[in-house]
Design a protein around this ligand. Structure first.
Ligand code: AMP
Length: 594
């Protein structure tokens, strides 16, 4: 192993082993992140053999957090964020309070000081950005309402932790630790403790507010301007570079100048970019890097873990884990239910927050540094983190497992205040998730009552023209679409829609493929389209399938799977151009007012 290239060694060993163990985990049907954690333990200092640089691994993981939060910001608008504040703010605050109280209780039982209890409790109260976002992404839930609630909740927690990190050093003396003159808040605007506690709180909030204002006023103008400028240069490389530079630059600037967390800074950068039409391109540009770095997050957590600590600390670790998994979930569940959301939403939010991660380590580390928290506290936080991260996918599996029961329950207990009026033609068995559909968008959608209809999948550039023509010809059709904005437009137009990914069997089944006469696939991804064709053929051998493709290989693929007609987009474009050149009027390609 070359000793003079610790960064390369860390990246290679981290990614390489994460790949091997991730693939192994996948082979045994265990979530791959367990494999990443194991890879981390193996390259960590607590196991023999090669030891990667923990500091570097940590920093690389931070880049993962930045890119992840940036990606989430890209899917968020300020309006989305504000729309969940009614639940996210009280939810996060109550949950933090409850978890802190439980943590302080355990700390008291272990004979620690009050200050230790506070730090320990706070560390247990905040969920990991990476774990939460990956869980949501895997289930394509970021853009559903429950996904938005979870992200909003996370952002409130993040803000609370920013506050905790600056307050702890200021309060350390009062809490029985060692007061520090240099408050943790880094950056130009950091201030000495002599301003008093309220001064520190006020200044921190003022800095966060200043950051938000700068982003909304200056960033909102400058960032789109830069992107447009770069897009006009026509250089893809420069464009990618611009996206990356803005995401990392804003995050870093937020942390260094305003004392805001890196994650929050990146989130804002993404949110500002989402207002520009170039946002989707930007999102794609940051994708591959994002996944690689977020894998390194798990590796770096694994590196911190000492498997032997499990033996010496058994009971306290179990108690810590119970607080994270049971205590926090219970609090979240009760709050979400109290706000009138369906059972499934409450369970999903509880599951996604039932873990701890990076912020907890930082808090615990700070607590130990301030002589507030005993070393044992940090070990418990670490063990609690790794175990709760490993168990987190199981919580979601448990939800999947409970799903039939939950659906049946929703069908039985269709509460009038949740349900929107259902058409009189809907049969009793078909209202199963109508109640949930109003607030929890990722439940299986209610099955349509249409028959002999056309199923149109995708309502983008292609689908909306097709839809307009079907409408004009008075052919009955419904649309499956998974983009929020498009869905809103469809609803405004009064078109029957099913929201979700059509490649998901439950979503597709809701369109009644058995009773449909035609299936039109107007989505660009031929792999997804292929799966849907297979499913449609299985459900209804006689259905007429028309699909869209972008290459000869895709045409072949889709036809092989059973599509009757496949239209190759590029060929049609060429035809249009040829027609134009030869002076004939292009007929079919006139866009309707959508
Ligand atoms: P376009 O390429 O402009 O025709 O847009 C394709 C449309 O299809 C977009 O509105 C997407 O949101 C939608 N779409 C893509 N894949 C799926 C899918 N698997 N299920 C439902 N809608 C999809």
């Amino acid at each position: 192993m070359p000793h003079d290239t610790p960064l390369i060694a860390t990246i290679v060993a981290g990614l390489g082993l994460a790949f091997v163990f991730g693939a192994l985990a996948n082979r045994f049907r265990i979530p791959p992140l367990v494999g990443y954690l194991v890879a981390g333990v193996l390259v960590g200092p607590n196991t023999p053999g090669f030891v990667a640089d923990a500091g570097l691994a940590n920093e690389l993981a931070e880049i993962g957090v930045i890119l992840l939060m940036f990606g989430v910001g890209l899917h968020f608008s300020l309006k989305d964020l504000l729309s969940v504040r009614a639940i996210a703010v009280p939810g996060a605050i109550v949950q933090i309070g409850f978890a802190t109280a439980l943590g302080a209780g355990l700390s008291w039982m272990l004979g620690w000081s009050m200050g230790a209890g506070l730090v320990f409790g706070l560390a247990l109260s905040v969920a990991s950005t990476v774990v939460l976002l990956r869980a949501l992404q895997e289930r394509r839930m970021i853009e559903t309402e429950r996904g938005r609630i979870a992200v909003g909740w996370l952002i409130v927690e993040d803000l609370a932790m920013v506050l905790a990190l600056v307050l702890l050093p200021a309060l350390a003396g009062v809490l029985g630790g060692q007061e520090q003159a240099d408050a943790h808040a880094s950056g130009l605007l950091s201030l000495p403790v002599t301003y008093g506690i309220w001064g520190v709180v006020g200044m921190t909030l003022a800095k966060v507010a200043a950051f938000v204002v700068v982003m909304l006023v200056v960033g909102r103008r400058v960032i789109p301007w830069i992107l447009h400028y770069v897009a006009h240069t026509g250089s893809r490389e420069l464009f990618r570079l611009a996206v990356l530079a803005i995401a990392l630059g804003v995050a870093f600037g937020a942390a260094k100048l305003f004392g805001v967390s890196l994650a929050l800074g990146a989130f804002f950068a993404g949110m500002i970019m989402s207002e520009s039409e170039l946002s989707h391109r930007a999102a794609e540009e940051s994708l591959p890097l994002r996944d690689a770095f977020s894998v390194l997050f798990f590796v770096s957590v694994g590196m911190l873990f000492d498997p032997f600590s499990l033996l010496s600390n058994g009971l306290p670790i179990l108690a810590t884990l119970a607080i994270i998994i049971i205590g926090k979930s219970l609090a979240a569940f009760v709050i979400v239910r109290a706000f009138g959301y369906p059972l499934t939403t409450a369970l999903m939010i509880s599951a996604s927050l039932a873990q701890i991660g990076e912020f907890s380590f930082i808090l615990a580390e700070l607590g130990v540094g301030l002589k507030l928290l005993p070393e044992q506290g940090r070990d418990l936080v670490l063990a609690g983190a790794i175990l709760s991260i490993v168990l987190n996918p199981l919580m979601f599996l448990a939800l999947d497992w409970m799903k039939p029961w939950l659906d049946a329950r929703a069908a039985r207990k269709e509460t009038p205040d949740d349900a929107k009026p259902v058409g009189p033609a809907t049969a009793p068995g078909q209202v199963a998730s109508v109640a949930a559909a109003t607030k929890g968008e990722d439940d299986p959608p209610p099955r349509t009552t249409s028959a002999n209809h056309t199923i149109l999948i995708g309502y983008g550039r292609v689908g909306n023209l097709v839809g307009a023509a079907l409408k004009q010809a008075a052919l009955p059709f419904l649309v499956i679409e998974d983009g929020d904005k498009t869905l809103a437009r469809l609803k405004a137009d009064g078109v029957e829609t099913i929201s979700g990914n059509a490649a998901n069997s439950e979503v597709f089944a809701a369109a009644n493929p058995e009773g449909a006469s035609r299936l039109i696939l107007a989505i660009p991804n031929a792999f997804e389209a292929g799966q849907i064709v297979l499913r449609a053929r299985a459900a209804n051998p006689g259905i007429n399938v028309i699909a869209r493709a972008h290459s000869d290989a895709e045409v072949e693929h889709l036809k092989g799977l059973g599509a009757d007609t496949v239209i190759m987009g590029e060929r049609e474009i060429a035809r249009g151009i040829v027609e134009e050149v030869l002076g004939q009027k292009p007929e079919a390609a006139e866009p309707s007012a959508a």
